[in-house]
Ligand binder design. Structure first.
Ligand SMILES: [Zn+2]
Ligand SMILES: [Zn+2]
Length: 235
């Protein structure tokens, strides 16, 4: 293993379903030996967001949305963990992670809230975003359909800490069949027995470095800690 990064982390400041504060998440990943994490809170089209975006001006909502990332980044500087930004949009249970577009871009594009899933993916990519279909084969009550958009995403998450091996294997098979780039992340919410990561031979300097490494297959999705058998969790 060289440098481990978790590209899929939620904190309780941005995602109601998470049980961990940004600072705590940073401390835990630093302790587990990760080089960095990406804070990817649920965006406003997921009911789990903590930002009441309908009640406040869009730009203010984006400021609030980015706050957990900024809190994590400040803590990361203290403990030596790199912290990057991403966001996770939801479309009736189909989740899309976007990397490489930041606060200013979000502030300038409130119209993304009105876009259906494929239109969003194509727009974000045209704007320079790196678009990942998160856990495409997850089955859960809140997911209406397994929907695939092989021509509209840059990569597929083939290891997700909230998915069964069966679901992750189907995602890997899908990516292979379509020649899509692959990534993996814990989908960390505070307690996950299965911790996933991207294993990179080099340290990422920027979000763009991560996107490029995934695109080229230079970074490998790996299971960093599997506590499912023993019941060990990462807390
Ligand atoms: Zn969540
Ligand atoms: Zn997530």
């Amino acid at each position: 293993m060289a440098f481990l990064y978790d590209p899929h982390v939620h904190t309780s400041v941005g995602s109601r379903c998470s049980k961990v504060l940004p600072e705590e998440a940073v401390q835990r990943f630093a302790k587990m030996g990760y080089a960095g994490i990406f804070i990817t809170e649920h965006f406003f089209n997921n009911p789990s967001t903590t930002v009441p975006f309908r009640e406040i001006p869009w730009e203010e909502a984006i400021e609030q949305y980015c706050r957990p990332y900024e809190m994590a980044k400040a803590e990361g500087e203290k403990v030596g963990l790199q912290v990057f930004f991403g966001f996770e949009n939801s479309y009736q249970g189909n989740d899309i992670l976007t990397y490489g577009l930041g606060k200013d871009w979000l502030k300038a594009h409130p119209e993304i809230m009105d876009m259906p899933i494929r239109q969003y993916c194509e727009f974000a990519r045209a704007e320079g975003g790196f678009v990942v279909h998160a856990h495409p084969f997850r089955e859960a009550k809140y997911i209406d359909l397994i929907r695939l958009m092989p021509r509209s995403v840059d990569a597929v998450e083939i290891l997700n800490g909230s998915c069964s091996d069966f679901q992750n294997d189907r995602a890997a098979e899908y990516a292979r069949n379509y020649g899509l780039a692959v990534t993996g992340g814990s989908d960390y919410h505070g307690s996950k027995p299965l911790l996933c990561a991207i294993d990179s031979p080099v340290r990422f300097g920027t979000v763009a470095d991560f996107c490029e490494a995934v695109r080229c297959g230079d970074a490998t999705p790996v299971v960093a800690i599997d506590g499912r058998e023993s019941g060990t969790v990462s807390e």
